[in-house]
Design a protein around this ligand. Structure first.
Ligand code: PMP
Length: 394
């Protein structure tokens, strides 16, 4: 065996989970994707999707993607920088900038690439990137690629953030980066306090709206809009893989920063641009999000219904108040086991285990879509109650 394989073969956690019959990853969906999906020929209710608006299977969005493929082809065969810019990319960027309330927007091929390419290139060797300890992995990768000093603050803890800001040199650039809605625990960043501290210490702020767009703010414009801090936030990041039912992501900011990013952000310049189909799908999804407020209303109605249900059941759900509901299990093996039991009962949820979270913080991530019904939530609550009791979780 070569040295590489001799080293890698020691990584056997997946094999162990498979041997126990609880391996929860790469489950193959064989149907269209809405609140009910087919896996292994079995219908299960989907409570593990990020498609908060429930638009993944919307006929108008599918038609738009097909029409764009017919007109432009299946790919762009180059980066935006060179041969890969289409008129629909630029139209979408203008629209996204207006939607979130910034001067310009830049579309990347995935949300991960946005954070990677933006966080890594804005600040220099003597500057600082200041980040919440629960920020998304893509932000963490971005700051790892940067030459700046990286300073972490305790999750949503403003005292900790201020202490970090105080420790920085006054004349150096400070960029605070936070998720708007935290992806695993569903709690919301304290944006008014963060922008106030940023003002006090002359720092800039970047907010990742991956889970905020479609969910918070007027017409789903995100948490910055919800807290009315858009003008005090320097960079707003969004992804198309959740409420927008597509693939890709964007950064929205002022013209000076956008100009710099367009010519220096390496995951933008050195990667092929987003496909015509994905681009057109986002525009069509925006039409629906802007014109069908009842979707957001239903998302919040089922979210509050589920939150009440879990609280009444005695589940530990942390500080969430959003469609992302963490059900804390605090045990790796039990988390896998209960995921499997729920799947057998017809409920798809996602396990979040170490090393994504500490072994004491493992959880089931239960997430809602605008297309869920209260009846479906009742079904899930009933099965969760049964399985959690069997495993002494509640
Ligand atoms: N930021 C956050 C907060 C996310 O949750 C995710 C995806 N899970 C991303 C960025 C990356 O987005 P994408 O899936 O578009 O690469």
């Amino acid at each position: 065996m070569k040295l590489l394989q001799a080293k890698l073969v020691k990584y056997d956690a997946p094999q162990k989970a498979k041997a126990l019959g609880v391996y929860p990853y790469f489950r193959k969906i064989e149907s269209d994707q809405d609140t009910e999906v087919l896996i292994n020929g079995k219908k299960v209710l989907m409570f593990g999707s990020n498609s908060y608006m429930g638009l993944t299977n919307h006929p108008k969005i599918k038609e738009a993607a097909i029409a764009a493929t017919k007109k432009y082809g299946t790919g762009c065969a180059g980066s935006r920088f060179l041969n890969g810019t289409l008129d629909i990319h630029v139209e979408l960027e203008d629209r996204l900038a207006r939607f979130v309330g910034k001067e310009e927007a830049i579309v990347y091929s995935t949300g991960f690439q946005v954070n990677l390419g933006v966080v890594s290139c804005l600040t220099g060797r003597e500057d600082y990137i200041i980040w919440d300890e629960l920020d998304h992995a893509s932000i963490i990768e971005g700051r790892r690629l940067s030459f700046s000093t990286s300073l972490k603050y305790k999750h949503n803890d403003m005292e900790s953030l201020e202490k970090v800001l105080k420790s920085c040199k006054e004349d150096k650039v400070k960029l605070i980066v936070t998720d708007g809605v935290f992806s695993m625990e569903g709690d919301v960043a304290k944006l008014p306090e963060i922008v106030a501290l940023a003002k006090k210490y002359n720092a800039s702020v970047m907010v990742d709206e991956a889970h905020g767009i479609g969910v918070f703010g007027k017409q789903g414009r995100g948490t910055c809009d919800h807290f009315e801090v858009t003008k005090d936030v320097d960079l707003i990041m969004g992804t198309f893989s959740k409420s927008f039912a597509s693939l890709g992501g964007f950064i929205a900011t002022d013209s000076i920063t956008a100009n710099f990013l367009r010519h220096n952000s390496r995951s933008y310049i050195f990667s092929a641009s987003i496909t015509p189909a994905s681009t057109a799908a986002v525009s069509a999804a925006l039409d629906i999000i802007e014109n069908e407020p009842e979707r957001m209303e239903n998302l919040w109605a089922v979210t509050h219904y589920a939150l009440d249900g879990f609280r009444n059941m005695g589940c530990e759900i942390g500080n969430t108040s959003t469609p992302i509901i963490p059900l804390f299990i605090r045990d790796n093996e039990k988390t896998f086991r209960v995921t499997r039991m729920l799947f057998d009962e017809g409920v798809f949820v996602n396990p979040v285990v170490a090393p994504a979270v500490s072994p004491n913080d493992t959880l089931i991530r239960f997430s809602l879509m605008a297309t869920h019904t209260k009846k479906q939530v009742d079904f899930a609550l009933d099965k969760i109650n049964k399985c959690f009791k069997q495993l002494d979780i509640i």
